[in-house]
Design a protein. Structure first.
Length: 319
């Protein structure tokens, strides 16, 4: 957000005086504590704060609430009482917001709304590719199997280790209904497992199109034209999620962030009227541009195309 020419990052709130709080200060971001006890903890740790959450809320137009799952619902009452707009994250229930949000799919639905929810990393990835296919050819149904990372890289107390865990064992998983908060007209069934890796999710999709006689080249052309969807090649030595992360490193991305959904070109096929493909989702990164665009949507700062183009430019998204 600090990279956006039309935004000012007024401050960040941290609950604990950890290395992330120190990092925020080192980058010049004003640091605020959630309450008096936390502020005292920051002072003991030698970290300067500019005040508490209440002080910060007096200075802002929009709050991006990235608190742990469920806390956003409690915080919403505070924001509403102050007349603030807020962007929530995918861990919250859809009912927290006036609309669920994926910029290139339904930006206009969130335009001028008070509360918007950026959907999860998995849902964002599914909506980008399914939305593109639906726009060009119509989607009559979609099936997806998600191989999910077990934890983010810094979550050292999470597992599993040496195991593949059904996540959940019941079918379908919650991801399909979440897609329907953005694309309500597409029947989507999802299944998920959790594996002992940290860097990315992998999706296997099977999509039935309404339009017949669609060829592989037609699908590839759609993905080629779709912003924030990137075709990658096994032939170029990218055949794994770890190699995608290495690709992001070579791009010089901060935190190895891969904002784009990566579709393997060789995986795109059409079998019995179903489009099949693999896509990789960097769970730490693909919702970052969505949050930026959501800020512009709720404040009516620009239209969808203008916002997406500006965010892509400032974050150096490839297309």
């Amino acid at each position: 957000m600090a990279l956006q020419p039309d935004m000012r990052l007024v401050g960040v709130v941290k609950a604990r005086p950890d290395f992330k709080a120190r990092s925020a200060i080192s980058k010049g971001y004003p640091l605020f504590a959630p309450d008096a006890k936390a502020r005292e903890d920051f002072q003991k740790a030698g970290l300067q704060t500019e005040g508490m959450l209440g002080d910060l809320l007096k200075q802002v137009d929009v709050v991006v609430d990235a608190t742990p799952e469920g806390m956003g619902e409690r915080n919403k009452k505070t924001y509403a009482g102050l007349g603030l707009r807020a962007v929530f994250e995918g861990g919250e229930e859809p009912s927290i917001a006036d609309a669920s949000f994926v910029a290139q799919v339904n930006y206009d639905e969130s335009y001028g709304k008070s509360f918007v929810r950026c959907v999860s990393c998995n849902t964002t990835g599914l909506c980008r590719t399914l939305g593109a296919l639906d726009s060009d050819f119509g989607v009559s149904k979609a099936r997806a199997v998600m191989i999910r990372r077990a934890a983010d890289p810094d979550e050292v107390r999470k597992g599993p280790i040496d195991s593949i865990v059904l996540d959940p064992a019941t079918v379908p998983s919650h991801h399909g209904p979440d897609v329907n908060t953005v694309l309500p007209h597409i029947p989507v069934v999802t299944m998920a497992v959790k594996v002992p890796v940290t860097h990315m999710h992998l999706h296997a999709l099977f999509v039935t199109l309404r339009e017949k006689d669609v060829g592989i080249d037609d699908v590839l052309e759609t993905f080629e034209r779709t912003t924030r969807v990137l075709l990658v090649r096994d032939a170029d030595g990218i055949s794994s999620t770890s190699q995608l992360i290495e690709f992001a490193r070579d791009l010089g991305r901060p935190r190895n962030d891969l904002y784009e959904v990566c579709v393997w070109r060789e995986s795109v096929n059409i079998v019995d009227d179903e489009v099949c493909f693999f896509q990789g989702i960097h769970q730490e990164a693909d919702v970052i541009p969505e949050n930026i665009d959501a800020i512009r949507a709720v404040t009516m700062a620009s239209n969808a195309r203008e916002s997406i183009d500006l965010t892509n430019k400032t974050l150096k998204i490839l297309k």
